[in-house]
Ligand binder design. Sequence first.
Ligand SMILES: CN(C)CCCNS(=O)(=O)c1cccc(Nc2nc(OCC3CCCCC3)c3[nH]cnc3n2)c1
Length: 278
Amino acid sequence: SKTALDDFEVISTIGTGSYGTCKKIKRKRDGKVLVWKELDYGAMSETEKQMLVSEVNLLRELRSPYIVKYYDRIIDRARTTIYIIMEYCKGGDLATIIAKHKRDGQYLDEEFIWKILIQLTQALQECHQRKNGRAVLHRDMKPANVFLDTDRNVKLGDFGLARVLHHETSFANTYVGTPYYMSPELVNNQSYNEKSDIWSMGCVLYELCALHPPFTASNQTELNRKIRLGDFSRIPACLSDDLNNVISKMLHVEVSQRPSIEELLADPIVSGRRSRME
Ligand SMILES: CN(C)CCCNS(=O)(=O)c1cccc(Nc2nc(OCC3CCCCC3)c3[nH]cnc3n2)c1
């Protein structure tokens, strides 16, 4: 039988993203706590609705312990709203964690950063090296889209939704935040590719280390210049050269010089750290 809205009770609103509202919900039959994201498709064209359907179908196929699990979807035609039901990540998002450490003037410890690095890479591996089909690019990886579960394991979220919403007509396209994580190829109006996700992952990991993005500026032009130059300062001195080396590789301005997912996982530093963790 189809899942219906009254199979759930809303506990609270977690927040509002570029596409709509995220609510914490409880499944009545077993009390399981989940979230749903409400998207109003009322103003979407037929093509955009088609894109939304295909993006949601892609969400179903992405199965990894490091990607927010998709459960179901409910379509309420009366309200022209789709409810996408996903796993609830108790640990919140990295943007909140970084802001807290910045406020307290305390860096994150290196072991935690390596754990995030390894698990984010594995989350991207699932998307870039999908068995049965084309790679799914995240396109919008940033600290606010990386969640943690109870054991502080990574849960990469909001897949695909980024693409359907970067469609020119959707209101979500209006930049709410500064695109600190734009890759050089995007700044140069070249195409977005798998290596662009690697760049964004490098920016997220850099910000976990330094508690600020690698490239900052007070306006877009200045930001674009810094991104094209790829000049960023070393992560804090208390963090190892190994960590600095791996993150610096991800932030290579030249797409061809930037490692792919498989090259990252094959890197002796990364595989060495990974084997010590699992
Ligand atoms: C905006 N943030 C900096 C802080 C405000 C919000 N707190 S928070 O740090 O995200 C937070 C606190 C406690 C639990 C969770 N768990 C959670 N959140 C999701 O999305 C959050 C939503 C994303 C779009 C923008 C608004 C917030 C999930 N999506 C799938 N599973 C999810 N699990 C999140």
